[in-house]
Design a protein around this ligand. Sequence first.
Ligand SMILES: C[C@@](CO)(OP(=O)(O)O)[C@H](O)COP(=O)(O)OP(=O)(O)OC[C@H]1O[C@@H](n2ccc(N)nc2=O)[C@H](O)[C@@H]1O
Ligand SMILES: Nc1ncnc2c1ncn2[C@@H]1O[C@H](COP(=O)(O)OP(=O)(O)O)[C@@H](O)[C@H]1O
Length: 273
Amino acid sequence: MPLPRREAAPAKLNLSLHVTGRRADGYHLLDSLVVFLELGDVVTVAPGPLSLSLTGPFAQGLAAEPDNLCLRAARLAGREARITLEKNLPVASGIGGGSADAAVVLRALDARPERPETLGADLPACLAGRPLRMRGLGEILVPLPPLPQLHVLLVNPGRGLPTPAVFKALAQRDNPPMPEPLPDFPDAPALIAFLQECRNDLEAPAIALMPEIADCLAAIRATGAALARMSGSGATCFGLFATAAQAQAARARIAGANPGWWVAASGLAPAKH
Ligand SMILES: C[C@@](CO)(OP(=O)(O)O)[C@H](O)COP(=O)(O)OP(=O)(O)OC[C@H]1O[C@@H](n2ccc(N)nc2=O)[C@H](O)[C@@H]1O
Ligand SMILES: Nc1ncnc2c1ncn2[C@@H]1O[C@H](COP(=O)(O)OP(=O)(O)O)[C@@H](O)[C@H]1O
């Protein structure tokens, strides 16, 4: 693929995240409904010796990162590249920014490593970049038919939450999966009604480590969202709304009352491939 390439790295959202078991090596078995958002980082990959420049509102959060996932992706591809990362997503926030960035680098370099998950459990899902049921450690992907449009509000309390600590704090590691097969989702209310029966099993341990997450969820519920839940291992929480205008109004209300929080509204990403 000709370089330079400038591509969106869409945020990942776990609409559900069931933890269904734990392997002997400590990794957990997951069952998750994953979607991607319009909102995301932007990665530019240009020819040149391997380097990374950081821009954007959350660049500072990665300044001390010894080995950015973008650079690790280029190395896994066995390629040199001059990479610029516009970091719009909060770091270590449960919406997969690092995996999304690495997926863009691999795609731009036309690399198809045998085990992309060595960069992160979310890498295979981010490479697919479409609505999925994600199982196993994150490597078993079942593509879903196009989903009804969802209007998403995102709220992060402004502090990173490392994924390993949240899995470690999980008390009950053997929880029921989502139904097999998944039902059809003819419209947004049907999808939301299904999601209300689902869970994020990492929510309780994440709240135990970072109580502000409960405040984010309460703030989302207070705006009248049809569903309020945490994504991934947190700390970002999301609310689902019937219209973009409602999501935007909730965004303005929560951002106004909580200046230290990161608050955003977004639709789902259009299908890529
Ligand atoms: C929890 C999820 C859900 O989508 O999302 P995030 O909160 O990170 O966005 C992912 O499984 C995370 O993916 P990713 O952030 O790429 O994880 P990795 O770097 O591979 O793993 C970080 C740590 O999480 C734990 N881990 C991760 C995946 C998994 N199936 N079981 C685990 O126990 C392990 O302790 C691992 O050392
Ligand atoms: N490009 C990147 N973007 C975000 N985090 C990165 C990146 N490269 C390396 N990291 C490291 O990966 C960790 C997980 O980041 P991130 O993907 O944002 O979170 P999460 O896995 O919770 O969605 C961060 O704490 C950071 O140390």
